[in-house]
Design a protein. Sequence first.
Length: 227
Amino acid sequence: MADVNELLEKIAEAYGGQKRITEVAAYQQIGVTFSAMRGVEGDILRSYRHPDHLRVEIKYDEQNSELRILAGQFAWKQDQPAEGIFYSAMLLQAASLGLPAILFEHQKHVRDAGMILDKQGRALNSLELNFHGNYRLVVGVDPDTGRILESRGIIKINDAAMEFSTTYDDFRYQQGRLFAFKEVHYAMGHQTGHTHIESIEIVPELPEELFHPSGLIDKKPEIMVMR
């Protein structure tokens, strides 16, 4: 079994140091995402404010776009209030975007979850964090590099469980902090799409109004930051 603290130290070293990791409180990502359900690509803008605020804007073409927002205990889809599985999925997505900072913030609750195999069959060390009662976040860590190569968000529904997972690749440093620029997304083991990040901007803060409904997208996503 891996020692949790030693593994967290290895992760910290890989991602630019614990101080730099926890300093990153907000960022925005621009890129291209592919939806297997739609069968098309779209321009994506993700705005994340640690730990539980997330805005995802996707424009597929002039007529088709998506807007998904999480603000703590509230969520919206296309400007309409959303709850249930949609809310849970957004909360888990925010938790995964908060990695690895969320692991350090809740270090005393992080436990060793043994070895897991990722989608390519590689053996990874894994850490697990339970939160909000019905949620589990399992993180797969490369034993050689300390990089997080997979995250699994699991929702407990009565006696069943629903899993959303993401694999990570194309790691690059942005302002001294390591980010994955390529993601592949899965739901219940089936691939649902992939995202290629083109640029990331780390910002001191993002305005509260960004995380409330404000209408659908009518143009290509642009960086919106509060200086």
